[in-house]
Design a binder for this molecule. Structure first.
Ligand SMILES: Nc1ncnc2c1ncn2[C@@H]1O[C@H](COP(=O)(O)OP(=O)(O)OP(=O)(O)O)[C@@H](O)[C@H]1O
Ligand SMILES: [Mg+2]
Length: 257
């Protein structure tokens, strides 16, 4: 069973940025292990951060299966599920260090919960095939509430120093206590400009994993559309993600130099 690492938090706090750094650091530390990155945010972004192309999305596959079922091709539900399994492996984008899957952007209102239900099953299924699954979550609490994140073993809350960000992270943590079977949960405080505010920041029950300063190299990379793999290893985003993985016990402190 894989270690399933999910990043959650308010919109715009740096989930995708830190998620991509987590994927890079895992791929550097565990070149022989199977690593899967999942963009679970319908607003997309992780593929660009990781510098990969999205082939097909989970929603494409879901719609294909539904339309086959509706056309009455005479297949049993179980058969369709087996076929989906094969199709999902087909849809993964493979790179040297990791595989990638995006949930996609469901069309029309009301579709999103069904793709979320589907995502939950797919996370279960793929966690048996990979050693590490890293999930860039949708902003806010919805995917925690819908138990999409149920099997997550390591929950990384991301926030900026704003009261709103901290509040959302705290709410996610308390809901996750009921709905996520996590082993460890911690918080990364991102894009901190004034270190003197740090002592005032805390979230009950969540250890501070790292504090990431405003990262000029990352901001520049972002403007130029460069991936996380082009960020220097001295950049705050890289170092903050590394420190968080060390504190969670996922990588060895001495190993990732
Ligand atoms: N430490 C940092 N220093 C400078 N810029 C940062 C830092 N972290 C994130 N950013 C920038 O802030 C913006 C939002 O970051 P990101 O997209 O990672 O957030 P998000 O939580 O995934 O947002 P969303 O909720 O919209 O998916 C991006 O332009 C990103 O490059
Ligand atoms: Mg994002």
């Amino acid at each position: 069973m894989a270690k399933i690492i999910a990043l959650a938090g308010k919109g715009g706090v740096g989930k995708t940025t830190l998620c991509s750094a987590v994927v890079r650091i895992l791929s550097e530390n565990f070149p022989k292990e199977r690593i899967l990155a999942i963009d679970a945010d319908p607003a997309v972004g992780l593929s660009v951060a990781l510098g990969v192309e999205t082939k097909e999305t989970l929603d494409d596959i879901r719609r294909e299966i539904i339309s086959k079922a509706e056309q009455g091709e005479g297949k049993e539900a179980m058969e369709l599920l087996g076929e989906a399994r094969y199709r999902i492996f087909d849809a993964l984008t493979e790179t040297d260090g990791f595989a990638f899957l995006a949930i996609g952007r469901p069309e029309g209102a009301g579709c999103y919960c069904s793709v979320n239900n589907y995502l939950k099953e797919v996370i279960h299924m793929l966690s048996r095939e990979f050693d590490y699954v890293v999930i860039d979550g949708e902003a806010g609490i919805e995917q925690i509430n819908r138990r999409v994140m149920e099997k997550v073993s390591h929950l990384i809350l991301v926030t900026d120093p704003s009261a709103k960000g901290i509040q959302v992270a705290g709410t996610i943590r308390s809901v996750a206590d009921e709905l996520v079977m996590y082993e460890k949960c911690g918080v990364i405080i991102n894009r901190v400009e004034d270190m003197s505010v740090i002592p005032c920041l805390q979230i009950d029950g969540a250890e501070i994993l790292s504090i990431v300063k405003r990262d000029e190299a990352h901001a520049k990379n972002d403007i130029l559309g460069k991936s996380i793999f082009e960020l220097p290893v001295t950049a705050p985003v890289y170092l903050g993600a590394k420190e968080a993985l060390e504190k969670l016990g996922i990588i060895d402190g001495g190993k990732a130099e």
